[in-house]
Design a protein around this ligand. Structure first.
Ligand SMILES: C[S@@+](CC[C@H](N)C(=O)[O-])C[C@H]1O[C@@H](n2cnc3c(N)ncnc32)[C@H](O)[C@@H]1O
Length: 284
């Protein structure tokens, strides 16, 4: 794409019509994103260690009653949760399509002598396997899938659980998705950053589609040396609470519960990301 193509871009994108997501699965992008997952300076790609420790304690003690479980993590990134859960005695499998994250996760498991299974695959196509006590997804990725794909992933998660199994999906708050869609355009420059190892100018514009209840972000990354433009678009579905409950029930789940945070303290205010719990058959 050339800079002049920006001038003739459509005024408004229909959600998911210009792309699914930022290029998590591109080898170079994923190498640069891995640094963002691991940094302790911000929580943009994964949470900082202290928060992950607290989340893992909640998963282990409150969700799993401190009993060894078979866990599947969908979109596990560099395995920051599974590594900790495996050390607590759980049998862990993670799926992600980021090559650098999966390579890092595998390396760390070997370094710590942990038997964790990592699969490099797109969640829409991956075989999830079966017999899990817990299928989880952390940090709001469910919203980024178009509704047909979110339904597909939930159906596959349901099928992957054993009869007593539960799901825990950490999703994004309706108002937070909407706020991102209504945010004004922005730009920044970088000598080397997430989008390129070479100097670039990043331009972003955001859209909120009231009818579809979805936001879209457009990212134009201009290479400073050549003026070539790389383009990415990412959309996210906003769900109100009743829409979340309907989404999970439609895919077979029972007793759908929305909690304020991944914490035993149920009096906490709800964050921008919060867990939804549901069970397959709700057997004791
Ligand atoms: C916000 S990150 C969260 C990573 C991890 N759950 C954590 O909290 O540390 C989202 C993750 O979802 C993965 N992802 C996004 N779309 C995916 C897809 N279609 N198939 C597999 N993984 C996907 C990305 O590669 C990334 O690792």
């Amino acid at each position: 794409m050339k800079l002049t193509d920006l001038v003739s871009r459509p005024a408004r994108p229909a959600p998911w019509s210009e792309g699914d997501n930022i290029p998590w699965n591109d080898p170079d992008f994923s190498r640069r994103m891995l640094e963002q997952h691991l940094t302790q300076e911000h929580d943009a790609a994964s949470r900082r260690s202290e928060t992950i420790d607290a989340h893992v304690s909640w998963i282990h003690n409150d969700l799993l009653g401190a009993k060894p479980a078979r866990i599947l993590d969908l979109g596990c990134g560099p395995g920051l949760y599974l590594q900790r859960l495996a050390k607590l005695g759980h049998t862990c499998t993670g799926i992600d399509y980021s090559p650098a994250s999966i390579e890092y996760a595998r390396r760390e498991a070997v370094r710590e002598g942990l038997e964790i299974t990592y699969q490099l695959a797109d969640l829409r196509e991956a075989d999830f396997g079966s017999g899990y006590d817990l299928v989880m997804q952390i940090y709001g990725e469910l919203n980024v899938f178009k509704p047909a794909d979110a339904n597909l992933i939930l159906r596959k998660a349901y099928a992957a659980l054993n009869e007593k199994g539960v799901v825990m999906f950490e999703v994004q708050d309706y108002e937070d998705v909407r706020r991102e869609g209504l945010a004004g355009p922005g730009w920044y420059t970088s000598a080397a950053g997430l989008f390129s190892d070479q100097p670039y100018l990043a331009l972003q514009e955001n859209f909120w589609d009231e009818t579809a209840q979805a936001r879209t972000g457009r990212y134009y990354v201009v290479d400073c040396a050549s003026g070539e433009v790389a383009f990415y678009a990412q959309s996210a579905q906003a769900y109100r609470d009743e829409a979340y409950v309907a989404l999970f029930e439609r895919n077979g789940f029972q007793q759908v519960k929305i909690l304020p945070a991944m914490s035993p303290d149920l009096s906490l205010p709800r964050g921008n990301f919060f867990p939804i719990l549901a069970c397959k058959s709700c057997l004791e």
